[in-house]
Design a protein around this ligand. Sequence first.
Ligand SMILES: Cc1cc2nc3c(=O)[nH]c(=O)nc-3n(C[C@H](O)[C@H](O)[C@H](O)COP(=O)(O)O)c2cc1C
Length: 187
Amino acid sequence: MELREAITTRRSVRKYKSDPIPEQTVKELLELAAWAPSGMNTQPWLYVVIEGKDYLKDLSDKCKAYLLDIMEELPALQIYRTSLSNPDNNIFYGAPSLVLIYGNQNAFTYPNDCSMAALNLMLAAWERGIGSCWIGFARAFCGTPEFKEELKVPPEYQLVATVILGYPAGPPVKGSRKDIKVSFHRK
Ligand SMILES: Cc1cc2nc3c(=O)[nH]c(=O)nc-3n(C[C@H](O)[C@H](O)[C@H](O)COP(=O)(O)O)c2cc1C
C-alpha cells in the first residue's frame, strides 16, 4: 500500500472481528510506531497492551463509570451522558487489543512524541489490514495513579494515547475532510 493510500483510506474502525492479533504482529507495529520523531530523540513512550474480551469489557465499564463520576467538572462530556450510561456500550467496540501509550513527563515534548507514535501505529496497522481507533474515553480512567499502579507503569509516565486495534468486521467507511486553511507568506 502506498503511503498516500494508507493516509487517505485509514478510518476509525468501530466494528471488529473477534480474532486476536498475533503478539508478534502487535510487537512489529509498536516497533514501527517507535520510528516516530521525538523531541531531542528522547523516544519517551512506554506501551501497555491490554487484551482479552472480558478484560476489555470490564475496563470499558470502569472508564464509563469514571467519566460519569467526573462529568460535573467536564461540561463538554454532558452530551455523552446517555451513551456512557448504556451498559451495552463498549467504548472499545469489541476490538481484541488496546494499546496505551504513556509518555515520560521528564521529556519536554512527550505529548507530541507519543501522539506521533500513535499515528504511526494506526497507519502501520492499516497497511496490514488492521483497523484502529483512538479512544479518548479511555484516557481519564487509564491515566489514574491507581490504574497505572495496577499495570506497573512508573508514576513519571503520563497517558497520552489510547488506541484500539483489530481486524475490521466490514468495509471501511468513506471519510471526508474540510478544505484546509492555509496561507503562504513569502518575501
Ligand atoms: C484524541 C482523539 C480521541 C478520540 N476519541 C474517540 C472515542 O472515544 N471514541 C470514538 O469512537 N472515536 C474517537 N476518536 C476518533 C475520531 O472520532 C475520528 O478520528 C474522527 O471522527 C475522524 O474520523 P477518521 O478517523 O475515520 O478519519 C478520537 C480521535 C482522536 C484523535
